[in-house]
Design a binder for this molecule. Sequence first.
Ligand code: DQA
Length: 149
Amino acid sequence: MSRLVFLLNGPNLNLLGKRQPHIYGHETLADVERDCQALAGELGIGLRFHQSNREYEIIDWIHEARDTAGGIVINPAAFTHTSVAILDALNTFDAPVIEIHISNVHKREAFRHHSFVSARADGVIAGFGTQGYQLALRRVARLIDEKAA
Ligand code: DQA
């Protein structure tokens, strides 16, 4: 089992820190990546961290993960609520998938309550702010360890 994890971020997350900080906080995506890389080092996993505003690019990374990665952490952002294509791609990936949302989507507009990705995710984290990324990484590392044992 590969100890490489793909951490994928969907649209508008490049604006983290500037975008609706009352909802998403003041940390930037670069801050999140730095903290995740440090934690990955502690956990003994490799980390590929990506963000895109384009659905196809996220799908292409999931396809790449099929051959190389032992787990995926994904914040699909708005694609969460719209993308059967990302769900289909994740359904071709045969290792742990953790879905993460910075905000508590269930406390927000009704259209954010449904996630296509949750039909595949092994776990979902929502509403823990950017700390959720660290929790998701710890969980995926644990699942990789359990599979290897
Ligand atoms: C989000 C929640 C989504 O509803 C929203 O479209 C996002 C970010 C979150 O991290 O809280 O862009 O995934």
